[in-house]
Design a protein around this ligand. Sequence first.
Ligand code: ADP
Ligand code: ZN
Ligand code: ZN
Length: 700
Amino acid sequence: MKTDLNQNTSSNPIKGHTLLVNVLVAAPLPKAFTYQWHSEHTPRFGMRVIVPWGRQHRIGLVQGAAPDQQMAENIKPVHSVLDHGECLSAHWQALIEFAAKYYHHPLGMIALEALPKALRVLNARGEEPVMVAKSREHAQKLLAERNDPLAASKGGKAKIDQLEKPVLNAEQLDAVAQLSSAAGFQPFLLYGVTGSGKTEVYLHTVEERLKRGEQVLVLLPEINLTPAAQALYKERLAPHRVVVMHSNLAELTRTKAWFEAATGAADVIIATRLGVLTPLPRLGMIVVDEEHDPSYKQQDGMRYHARDLALMLAKQREVPIVLGSATPALESWLKADLGAYKRLSLKNRAVLGASLPKVELINTANFPAKEGLSEPAMQALVQNFEAGKQSIVFLNRRGYAPQMVCNACGWVANCDHCTAHMVWHKNERMLRCHHCGAGQRVPTHCPTCGNQDLTGFGRGTQRIEETLTGLLPTANILRIDADSTRNKGQMEALLQQAHSGEADVLVGTQMIAKGHDFANVTLVLALNVDASLYSHAYRAPERLFAQLMQVAGRAGRRAGDARMVVQTRYPQHPLFDALKAHDYETFASHEMQARKDARMPPFSHQATIRADHKKLANCLQFLSTARELGEPLVDADNPVFMCDPVPLTVVRVGGIERAQMLIESESRPALHRFLTQWLAQLHELPGSVRWFLEVDPVDL
Ligand code: ADP
Ligand code: ZN
Ligand code: ZN
């Protein structure tokens, strides 16, 4: 496939008539790079090429003939052509071009970062890794089998009818009927309480769409939800080809899956957010499960929202899309209210006899917590354990204690590189910074006064695990958080014990709250929720409510009489009334009104510009200059508001200080018109401040 063009370079037939092409390269500049083109093939979008880059070579994507065919003398030639962009269709081009425009991010960065590493990074010898050719062949073989009716009939179709499939209830049937028959671009909001059988709706719908030869993209918010989904979809949809794509796969597996998706060999693509940027030639429908989940927002590089890009993808490809959630994002809820999305509701739990847990609040003013747990919470855990049932203890903070302190002199272990405390990880005997990742051994004595009696302040999952071990010495207690699942296979092993019922108590972060269908959990205990109740972040209540509803949703999935116990100092907070009633709708309308009154999203549109530098003053100075540049662009036709530049709450991370400025408008087009003009000027600003723009930020 590879054509080496080097031999041609010196033999330009006519000087100045060399064809020039623009090549997209992963470089943080909003432009393509021009090279000479000597291949006999017509340059077209998506051809992968090797180009000289400084003293090295890089993989780039041909964008097309350069519009400005200037003199070619000082322009370097493309080194070689790797492939002809067979997989990178015009559809894919349209999507990444939209993303580049909408997120105001360099097209080259987006295009290349959307590809598996093997397709965009040369190996140490400056060649394309062999796994690319291997993966391509693998996909082509599958594709050939797929198109060969003889081979297809050999598939294991027989299995499918013997599988136990639940009989759908009326609401599910209606949803499946509408989703299966939808044609063209049509967004649906599948609003169903936890355990209402949304997954079953997806499965039936996907089955119908596959019968028509369509490809279906299923997006999930978390990597740890993909193994169960893959197993389920494979089993239920055999012999259709189901592949998984996420950032934690071995490179070869990822590359293979990409080729299967991009050639059309795979029928169902189960993926985390990056899946949305995969070429899908036969795409017929998109499912975005747990659409409200903040994990769909990429938090570095191109800060895209996978749900939003999925909507654009559906629109461009003219296919239906279903967003599923028990607690939809307010953005989506508003769209459904306005009729832009069709709402499909599942009001009850699907399993007969299952019901949502009864929510009880424990006021910690009356029942103070000892080692994190109040008396009634302990009683509930003991009771549930003695009854042979499973419990979940949910606490969104990992580590042993968020601070290590000296009670003699008041010293606190801080990170040297960040304005943050070090978190004590007792099990690993380490202090770790959760912002920059720095780690150090736990000191044996206070570095200030020499006191050897250092203690932890506050509680994380490890410390609660310790408390639980003291309370229930014979119970099998599992901790599931980012630390206990760091190594390959750990997550699967822990989830396996959780699902099998071997585990009596699961203690963990939001990792255990999401999506999992645990059969035997009948008690959920939520700790440490108060900080979010009165947080200054305007999305905090929405997030907390969604998290609590999600974690509540893990209980009572097969039987009634489940409980959820929330420890709080503020039981009178209105959020809890809605939680007790499992009433998302009341919560949403209350929150929606508050957003409307405050002109916050979804009633306004936002972007932030972030500035990073060793000195905060330089960040603020940069942002002020940026604001001055922006001011003349704002007028009655472009109603955009730039707020004051402010330091971030955690100012310094990894030795770099950070500040940001919020830009708002009630008109999305106006905001983007403004950003386009403004950024063109910002890119010209000299100086050493690093900056980037974020559109639709979610962490404010
Ligand atoms: P959700 O995704 O809405 O939280 P799930 O799809 O995981 O809910 O369904 C919860 C449980 O209910 C699963 O064990 C599923 O097999 C079961 N289930 C789904 N639909 C039905 C049905 N119609 N009858 C009986 N059980 C069902
Ligand atoms: Zn001290
Ligand atoms: Zn740090």
